[in-house]
Write a protein that binds this ligand. Structure first.
Ligand SMILES: Nc1ncnc2c1ncn2[C@@H]1O[C@H](COP(=O)(O)OP(=O)(O)OP(=O)(O)O)[C@@H](O)[C@H]1O
Ligand SMILES: [Mg+2]
Length: 225
């Protein structure tokens, strides 16, 4: 897929990263997806709603081609949630990508209440898939309660180790979650090392091509909404 046609002010697509399990690759996917979309000409803002602040920390040490803003929500008071929601909706961009904390809390629910789509990163092992099933169940319940038919769910095979049987068959295995499954993101040293250096994977590397394929899958799903 090529360059992105700008959608104009006030029509940002809101994409959340969601997993009740920590360390599954949310921040890594969030930042590398943002890089692909911005390289294609979209205006992208990453909102870091995780108190751990990992996305914002990467942005501080590196020179990312998009803005990363911390936007925490640590209280359940309706006014705090309303202010947070207004700040997200007021972000002028084509894509707003929300990195959420890996634990249930106010930010997790607020992301589900506002997102057009959530990406649920999941590893290939049986235990990873149990964690993802829990997240998918929570998103579905929020979607039903919200009554707006959103967020859409895209399961993203993440940190996939192709040397393992479960890694090689990850797309087939994750089909059991009965949600659309994106092309996998493979476990590679370059992915971890580049973020540690405040950088993103090179666009023409095997991992860069995987994040590009993920961005294609995201855009195809968003166009159906
Ligand atoms: N595709 C990959 N290949 C290699 N390492 C990866 C890959 N994806 C993520 N990692 C590494 O796995 C660890 C967890 O990734 P990341 O911080 O993105 O997960 P997270 O879900 O955001 O975690 P948290 O719940 O702590 O916010 C990090 O050390 C990261 O560098
Ligand atoms: Mg994170």
């Amino acid at each position: 897929m090529g360059a992105i046609r700008r959608t104009g002010c006030g029509m940002a697509k809101l994409i959340g990263l969601a997993s009740t399990k920590g360390g599954v690759g949310k921040t890594t996917i969030c930042l590398n997806l943002a890089a692909v979309l911005s390289r294609r000409g979209a205006r992208v803002v990453v909102l870091d709603a995780d108190p751990a602040g990992h996305a914002a920390a990467v942005a501080e040490i590196g020179a990312l081609p998009f803005e990363v803003r911390p936007l925490l929500l640590e209280e359940v008071e309706p006014k705090a949630v309303a202010d947070w929601t207004r700040a997200v909706r007021g972000t002028d961009a084509d894509f707003v990508i929300l990195d959420a904390p890996g634990a249930l809390g106010p930010a997790f629910g607020a992301v589900l209440a506002i997102a057009d789509m959530v990406l649920v990163p999941v590893g290939a092992s049986m235990l990873d898939i149990r964690g993802a099933a829990e997240t998918v169940g929570i998103v579905r319940r929020h979607r039903k309660a919200g009554g707006r038919g959103r967020p859409d769910i895209l399961v993203v095979p993440s940190r996939v180790d192709r040397r393992t049987g479960s890694g090689r068959d990850v797309v087939g295995t994750l089909a059991g979650l009965t949600e659309p499954v994106a092309p996998p993101v493979t476990l590679r040293a370059i992915v971890a090392d580049s973020l540690s250096a405040g950088e993103l994977v090179p666009a023409d590397s095997p991992s860069g091509l995987e994040f590009a394929a993920l961005a294609d899958a995201v855009r195809v799903r968003l166009e159906t909404l």
